[in-house]
Write a protein of this length. Structure first.
Length: 370
Protein backbone atom coordinates (compact mmCIF):
# COMPACT_ATOMS: atom_id res chain seq x y z
CA UNK A 1 0.00 0.00 0.00
CA UNK A 2 2.84 2.38 0.73
CA UNK A 3 4.79 1.65 -2.45
CA UNK A 4 3.27 4.41 -4.65
CA UNK A 5 3.69 6.98 -1.88
CA UNK A 6 7.26 5.88 -1.25
CA UNK A 7 7.93 6.17 -4.98
CA UNK A 8 6.56 9.72 -4.99
CA UNK A 9 8.89 10.74 -2.15
CA UNK A 10 11.90 9.14 -3.84
CA UNK A 11 11.07 10.59 -7.25
CA UNK A 12 10.40 14.06 -5.94
CA UNK A 13 13.73 14.12 -4.10
CA UNK A 14 15.48 13.20 -7.35
CA UNK A 15 13.64 15.91 -9.31
CA UNK A 16 14.53 18.57 -6.77
CA UNK A 17 18.25 18.12 -7.44
CA UNK A 18 17.56 19.55 -10.94
CA UNK A 19 20.29 17.22 -12.23
CA UNK A 20 19.79 15.54 -15.59
CA UNK A 21 20.67 11.99 -14.59
CA UNK A 22 18.52 12.19 -11.46
CA UNK A 23 15.59 13.48 -13.52
CA UNK A 24 15.85 10.39 -15.73
CA UNK A 25 15.82 8.20 -12.63
CA UNK A 26 12.77 10.06 -11.27
CA UNK A 27 10.88 9.41 -14.50
CA UNK A 28 11.48 5.67 -14.13
CA UNK A 29 10.30 5.76 -10.52
CA UNK A 30 7.07 7.57 -11.39
CA UNK A 31 6.38 5.33 -14.37
CA UNK A 32 6.69 2.31 -12.09
CA UNK A 33 4.39 3.94 -9.52
CA UNK A 34 1.72 4.49 -12.18
CA UNK A 35 1.92 0.89 -13.29
CA UNK A 36 1.09 -0.05 -9.70
CA UNK A 37 -1.55 2.66 -9.15
CA UNK A 38 -2.77 4.25 -12.43
CA UNK A 39 -5.17 6.60 -10.61
CA UNK A 40 -2.55 8.02 -8.22
CA UNK A 41 -2.62 11.76 -8.97
CA UNK A 42 0.69 12.53 -7.28
CA UNK A 43 2.51 10.06 -9.53
CA UNK A 44 1.03 11.83 -12.57
CA UNK A 45 2.31 15.12 -11.11
CA UNK A 46 5.78 13.66 -10.64
CA UNK A 47 5.87 12.17 -14.12
CA UNK A 48 4.69 15.45 -15.67
CA UNK A 49 7.54 17.24 -13.89
CA UNK A 50 10.07 14.65 -15.03
CA UNK A 51 8.93 14.93 -18.64
CA UNK A 52 8.90 18.72 -18.68
CA UNK A 53 12.41 18.77 -17.21
CA UNK A 54 13.46 16.30 -19.91
CA UNK A 55 12.13 18.78 -22.46
CA UNK A 56 13.92 21.68 -20.76
CA UNK A 57 17.26 19.91 -21.13
CA UNK A 58 16.76 19.89 -24.91
CA UNK A 59 15.05 23.25 -25.44
CA UNK A 60 18.17 24.86 -26.94
CA UNK A 61 18.78 21.96 -29.33
CA UNK A 62 17.90 22.06 -33.04
CA UNK A 63 15.12 19.52 -32.33
CA UNK A 64 13.80 19.87 -28.76
CA UNK A 65 12.10 16.82 -27.24
CA UNK A 66 8.54 17.79 -28.16
CA UNK A 67 7.23 14.33 -27.30
CA UNK A 68 8.39 14.78 -23.69
CA UNK A 69 6.53 18.09 -23.51
CA UNK A 70 3.38 16.48 -24.90
CA UNK A 71 3.58 13.70 -22.31
CA UNK A 72 4.13 16.28 -19.57
CA UNK A 73 0.93 18.03 -20.64
CA UNK A 74 -1.01 14.77 -20.69
CA UNK A 75 0.06 13.74 -17.19
CA UNK A 76 -0.38 17.22 -15.70
CA UNK A 77 -3.94 17.43 -17.01
CA UNK A 78 -4.68 13.92 -15.76
CA UNK A 79 -3.42 14.87 -12.30
CA UNK A 80 -5.76 17.87 -12.23
CA UNK A 81 -8.66 15.64 -13.31
CA UNK A 82 -7.94 13.03 -10.67
CA UNK A 83 -7.39 15.53 -7.85
CA UNK A 84 -8.78 18.99 -8.70
CA UNK A 85 -7.98 20.22 -5.17
CA UNK A 86 -4.26 19.51 -5.55
CA UNK A 87 -2.27 22.71 -5.71
CA UNK A 88 0.75 20.70 -6.84
CA UNK A 89 -1.18 19.41 -9.86
CA UNK A 90 -2.27 22.90 -10.93
CA UNK A 91 1.18 24.41 -10.36
CA UNK A 92 2.71 21.68 -12.51
CA UNK A 93 0.13 22.23 -15.23
CA UNK A 94 0.91 25.95 -15.14
CA UNK A 95 4.61 25.34 -15.71
CA UNK A 96 3.97 22.83 -18.49
CA UNK A 97 1.53 25.15 -20.27
CA UNK A 98 4.05 27.99 -20.08
CA UNK A 99 6.68 25.78 -21.70
CA UNK A 100 4.10 24.96 -24.39
CA UNK A 101 3.55 28.66 -25.11
CA UNK A 102 0.07 28.87 -23.56
CA UNK A 103 0.99 31.75 -21.26
CA UNK A 104 -2.52 32.89 -20.30
CA UNK A 105 -3.71 29.46 -19.14
CA UNK A 106 -0.33 28.91 -17.48
CA UNK A 107 -0.90 31.91 -15.25
CA UNK A 108 -4.49 30.86 -14.55
CA UNK A 109 -3.42 27.37 -13.48
CA UNK A 110 -0.61 28.76 -11.34
CA UNK A 111 -2.95 31.19 -9.61
CA UNK A 112 -5.35 28.36 -8.89
CA UNK A 113 -2.49 26.48 -7.21
CA UNK A 114 -1.69 29.49 -5.02
CA UNK A 115 -5.37 29.86 -4.10
CA UNK A 116 -5.65 26.20 -3.13
CA UNK A 117 -2.40 26.10 -1.13
CA UNK A 118 -1.32 29.68 -0.31
CA UNK A 119 1.46 28.64 2.08
CA UNK A 120 3.35 26.43 -0.39
CA UNK A 121 6.44 28.27 -1.62
CA UNK A 122 6.70 26.04 -4.70
CA UNK A 123 3.42 27.36 -6.07
CA UNK A 124 4.44 31.00 -5.61
CA UNK A 125 7.76 30.25 -7.29
CA UNK A 126 6.06 28.73 -10.31
CA UNK A 127 3.62 31.62 -10.47
CA UNK A 128 6.64 33.92 -10.54
CA UNK A 129 8.19 31.84 -13.30
CA UNK A 130 5.15 32.03 -15.60
CA UNK A 131 4.38 35.69 -14.82
CA UNK A 132 6.07 38.96 -15.68
CA UNK A 133 6.51 42.47 -14.35
CA UNK A 134 5.03 43.34 -10.99
CA UNK A 135 3.27 39.98 -10.73
CA UNK A 136 6.58 38.13 -11.10
CA UNK A 137 8.21 40.36 -8.49
CA UNK A 138 5.43 39.89 -5.97
CA UNK A 139 5.36 36.12 -6.43
CA UNK A 140 9.15 35.91 -6.17
CA UNK A 141 9.16 37.93 -2.97
CA UNK A 142 6.34 35.80 -1.53
CA UNK A 143 8.46 32.74 -2.34
CA UNK A 144 11.36 34.29 -0.45
CA UNK A 145 9.13 35.04 2.52
CA UNK A 146 8.29 31.35 2.73
CA UNK A 147 11.76 30.09 1.74
CA UNK A 148 14.38 32.80 2.47
CA UNK A 149 17.49 32.80 0.32
CA UNK A 150 16.08 30.63 -2.49
CA UNK A 151 18.49 31.51 -5.35
CA UNK A 152 16.10 30.95 -8.25
CA UNK A 153 13.49 33.30 -6.77
CA UNK A 154 16.15 36.02 -6.46
CA UNK A 155 17.11 35.36 -10.10
CA UNK A 156 13.51 35.76 -11.29
CA UNK A 157 13.17 39.04 -9.40
CA UNK A 158 16.43 40.25 -10.93
CA UNK A 159 15.13 39.68 -14.47
CA UNK A 160 12.34 42.20 -13.92
CA UNK A 161 14.77 44.78 -12.55
CA UNK A 162 17.02 44.27 -15.59
CA UNK A 163 14.10 44.92 -17.96
CA UNK A 164 13.18 48.02 -15.93
CA UNK A 165 16.85 49.07 -16.09
CA UNK A 166 17.19 49.30 -12.33
CA UNK A 167 20.46 47.41 -12.35
CA UNK A 168 21.35 48.20 -8.75
CA UNK A 169 18.24 46.31 -7.59
CA UNK A 170 19.00 43.43 -9.94
CA UNK A 171 22.52 43.27 -8.53
CA UNK A 172 21.17 43.28 -4.98
CA UNK A 173 18.84 40.37 -5.74
CA UNK A 174 21.63 38.35 -7.33
CA UNK A 175 23.99 39.00 -4.43
CA UNK A 176 21.32 37.76 -2.03
CA UNK A 177 20.77 34.66 -4.16
CA UNK A 178 24.48 33.91 -4.32
CA UNK A 179 25.09 34.33 -0.60
CA UNK A 180 24.17 30.70 0.26
CA UNK A 181 26.19 29.38 -2.73
CA UNK A 182 29.87 29.61 -1.80
CA UNK A 183 31.87 27.46 -4.20
CA UNK A 184 30.74 24.92 -6.81
CA UNK A 185 27.48 23.08 -6.07
CA UNK A 186 27.52 19.77 -4.24
CA UNK A 187 26.17 16.81 -6.17
CA UNK A 188 22.69 15.79 -5.10
CA UNK A 189 21.88 19.08 -3.38
CA UNK A 190 18.30 20.33 -3.71
CA UNK A 191 17.40 23.05 -6.20
CA UNK A 192 20.92 23.63 -7.52
CA UNK A 193 21.00 26.94 -9.36
CA UNK A 194 22.88 28.30 -12.34
CA UNK A 195 22.83 31.63 -14.24
CA UNK A 196 23.22 33.94 -11.24
CA UNK A 197 26.94 34.57 -11.84
CA UNK A 198 26.27 34.90 -15.58
CA UNK A 199 23.62 37.57 -15.06
CA UNK A 200 25.73 39.41 -12.49
CA UNK A 201 28.63 39.35 -14.93
CA UNK A 202 26.47 40.94 -17.63
CA UNK A 203 25.49 43.70 -15.20
CA UNK A 204 29.17 44.38 -14.43
CA UNK A 205 29.88 44.43 -18.16
CA UNK A 206 27.06 46.93 -18.74
CA UNK A 207 28.73 49.15 -16.12
CA UNK A 208 32.05 48.85 -17.96
CA UNK A 209 33.71 46.71 -15.27
CA UNK A 210 35.26 44.07 -17.49
CA UNK A 211 37.45 42.56 -14.76
CA UNK A 212 34.52 41.85 -12.44
CA UNK A 213 32.47 40.61 -15.37
CA UNK A 214 35.11 38.05 -16.31
CA UNK A 215 35.41 36.90 -12.70
CA UNK A 216 31.67 36.22 -12.59
CA UNK A 217 31.70 34.47 -15.95
CA UNK A 218 34.52 32.19 -14.78
CA UNK A 219 32.56 31.37 -11.63
CA UNK A 220 29.54 30.49 -13.76
CA UNK A 221 31.59 28.15 -15.92
CA UNK A 222 32.72 26.25 -12.83
CA UNK A 223 29.12 25.02 -12.46
CA UNK A 224 28.97 23.40 -15.91
CA UNK A 225 30.11 19.94 -14.82
CA UNK A 226 27.62 19.70 -11.93
CA UNK A 227 24.91 18.27 -14.20
CA UNK A 228 22.20 20.87 -13.56
CA UNK A 229 19.61 20.68 -16.32
CA UNK A 230 20.27 24.24 -17.56
CA UNK A 231 24.07 24.12 -17.06
CA UNK A 232 24.97 23.42 -20.70
CA UNK A 233 22.75 26.20 -22.02
CA UNK A 234 24.01 28.60 -19.37
CA UNK A 235 27.64 27.76 -20.15
CA UNK A 236 26.96 28.49 -23.81
CA UNK A 237 25.50 31.87 -22.91
CA UNK A 238 28.49 32.58 -20.68
CA UNK A 239 31.02 31.76 -23.39
CA UNK A 240 29.03 33.97 -25.76
CA UNK A 241 29.25 36.83 -23.25
CA UNK A 242 33.01 36.32 -22.93
CA UNK A 243 33.26 36.42 -26.72
CA UNK A 244 31.35 39.71 -26.84
CA UNK A 245 33.64 41.16 -24.17
CA UNK A 246 36.76 40.11 -26.09
CA UNK A 247 35.27 41.59 -29.25
CA UNK A 248 34.93 44.95 -27.48
CA UNK A 249 38.59 44.68 -26.49
CA UNK A 250 39.60 44.11 -30.10
CA UNK A 251 40.89 40.61 -29.33
CA UNK A 252 39.40 38.95 -32.40
CA UNK A 253 41.06 35.56 -32.02
CA UNK A 254 40.05 35.21 -28.36
CA UNK A 255 36.53 36.36 -29.23
CA UNK A 256 36.25 33.80 -32.00
CA UNK A 257 37.47 31.03 -29.69
CA UNK A 258 34.89 31.95 -27.04
CA UNK A 259 32.05 32.10 -29.56
CA UNK A 260 33.13 28.70 -30.89
CA UNK A 261 32.94 27.27 -27.36
CA UNK A 262 29.40 28.58 -27.06
CA UNK A 263 28.47 26.86 -30.32
CA UNK A 264 30.11 23.60 -29.16
CA UNK A 265 27.52 23.54 -26.37
CA UNK A 266 24.51 24.88 -28.26
CA UNK A 267 25.05 24.31 -31.97
CA UNK A 268 22.45 26.83 -33.14
CA UNK A 269 23.23 29.58 -30.58
CA UNK A 270 22.07 32.55 -32.70
CA UNK A 271 24.02 35.35 -31.02
CA UNK A 272 27.26 33.35 -30.89
CA UNK A 273 26.88 32.79 -34.63
CA UNK A 274 26.65 36.54 -35.18
CA UNK A 275 29.64 37.08 -32.91
CA UNK A 276 31.69 34.46 -34.72
CA UNK A 277 31.19 36.27 -38.02
CA UNK A 278 32.03 39.61 -36.37
CA UNK A 279 35.26 38.04 -35.10
CA UNK A 280 36.21 37.10 -38.65
CA UNK A 281 35.14 33.45 -38.73
CA UNK A 282 32.43 31.90 -40.93
CA UNK A 283 28.97 31.17 -39.55
CA UNK A 284 28.73 27.36 -39.32
CA UNK A 285 25.09 27.46 -40.44
CA UNK A 286 25.20 30.35 -42.86
CA UNK A 287 22.56 33.03 -42.13
CA UNK A 288 20.47 34.75 -44.82
CA UNK A 289 21.95 37.92 -46.34
CA UNK A 290 21.57 40.98 -44.14
CA UNK A 291 19.59 42.98 -46.69
CA UNK A 292 17.17 40.06 -47.05
CA UNK A 293 16.53 40.19 -43.32
CA UNK A 294 15.78 43.91 -43.43
CA UNK A 295 13.35 43.43 -46.29
CA UNK A 296 11.52 40.76 -44.31
CA UNK A 297 11.50 42.70 -41.04
CA UNK A 298 7.70 42.65 -40.86
CA UNK A 299 7.75 38.86 -40.69
CA UNK A 300 10.74 38.67 -38.37
CA UNK A 301 9.28 40.99 -35.77
CA UNK A 302 6.62 38.41 -34.95
CA UNK A 303 9.41 36.83 -32.93
CA UNK A 304 11.38 39.08 -30.62
CA UNK A 305 14.18 36.51 -30.52
CA UNK A 306 14.43 36.55 -34.31
CA UNK A 307 14.48 40.35 -34.21
CA UNK A 308 17.29 40.35 -31.63
CA UNK A 309 19.30 38.05 -33.90
CA UNK A 310 18.73 40.32 -36.88
CA UNK A 311 19.43 43.43 -34.79
CA UNK A 312 22.76 41.95 -33.72
CA UNK A 313 23.69 41.45 -37.37
CA UNK A 314 22.80 45.07 -38.01
CA UNK A 315 24.82 46.27 -35.03
CA UNK A 316 27.99 44.48 -36.09
CA UNK A 317 27.46 46.00 -39.55
CA UNK A 318 27.25 49.47 -37.96
CA UNK A 319 23.51 49.97 -38.61
CA UNK A 320 22.58 50.81 -35.01
CA UNK A 321 19.57 52.99 -35.83
CA UNK A 322 18.06 50.30 -38.04
CA UNK A 323 18.67 47.70 -35.32
CA UNK A 324 16.86 49.81 -32.74
CA UNK A 325 13.94 50.41 -35.10
CA UNK A 326 13.61 46.70 -35.80
CA UNK A 327 13.52 45.81 -32.11
CA UNK A 328 11.06 48.57 -31.29
CA UNK A 329 8.69 47.16 -33.91
CA UNK A 330 9.19 43.66 -32.54
CA UNK A 331 8.34 44.69 -28.99
CA UNK A 332 5.31 46.65 -30.18
CA UNK A 333 3.96 43.53 -31.88
CA UNK A 334 4.80 41.08 -29.12
CA UNK A 335 2.30 39.67 -26.65
CA UNK A 336 2.62 40.75 -23.03
CA UNK A 337 5.47 38.94 -21.34
CA UNK A 338 9.19 38.90 -20.75
CA UNK A 339 10.32 38.92 -24.39
CA UNK A 340 13.48 40.98 -24.76
CA UNK A 341 14.07 41.37 -21.02
CA UNK A 342 17.86 41.04 -21.45
CA UNK A 343 18.21 43.86 -23.99
CA UNK A 344 19.53 46.49 -21.52
CA UNK A 345 22.60 44.34 -20.83
CA UNK A 346 22.79 42.21 -24.01
CA UNK A 347 26.55 42.18 -24.62
CA UNK A 348 26.72 42.24 -28.41
CA UNK A 349 24.03 44.92 -28.85
CA UNK A 350 25.77 47.02 -26.16
CA UNK A 351 22.91 49.53 -25.97
CA UNK A 352 24.58 51.58 -23.23
CA UNK A 353 27.17 52.74 -25.77
CA UNK A 354 24.47 54.58 -27.77
CA UNK A 355 21.74 55.54 -25.28
CA UNK A 356 20.05 58.07 -27.59
CA UNK A 357 19.53 55.52 -30.35
CA UNK A 358 18.13 52.90 -27.97
CA UNK A 359 16.10 55.19 -25.70
CA UNK A 360 12.74 54.37 -27.30
CA UNK A 361 13.35 50.62 -27.19
CA UNK A 362 14.40 50.75 -23.54
CA UNK A 363 11.38 52.85 -22.58
CA UNK A 364 9.15 50.33 -24.35
CA UNK A 365 10.81 47.52 -22.43
CA UNK A 366 10.33 49.31 -19.09
CA UNK A 367 6.64 49.74 -19.77
CA UNK A 368 6.27 46.04 -20.59
CA UNK A 369 7.87 45.16 -17.24
CA UNK A 370 5.67 47.50 -15.19
Amino acid sequence: LLAPHRAFIEGRAALETLEGDRVARAREVFEDALRRAPEYASAHVGLANAYVMQFEMTRADPAPDASALALATLHAREACRLDPQSGEAWATLGFVLDRSGDCLDARAASKRAVTLEPDNWRHHFRLSFVSWGEERLRAAHRTLTLLPGFPLAHWLAATVHVARQVLSEAERELAAGLAPQAGPPMGGSRFSAVALHWLLGLIHLAHGDETSALEEFERELSFESAGQLYARECAANTWYAIGALRLRQGRQADAGAAFARAIERVATHPMARVGLVAAGSPDPIGPPPLDSGIAQSGRLTRSVDAAVFRAAQLVVAGAHTEAARLLDEALAGAAAGNAGWLLPIEPLLHVTARPDIWARVLAHLRNRAA
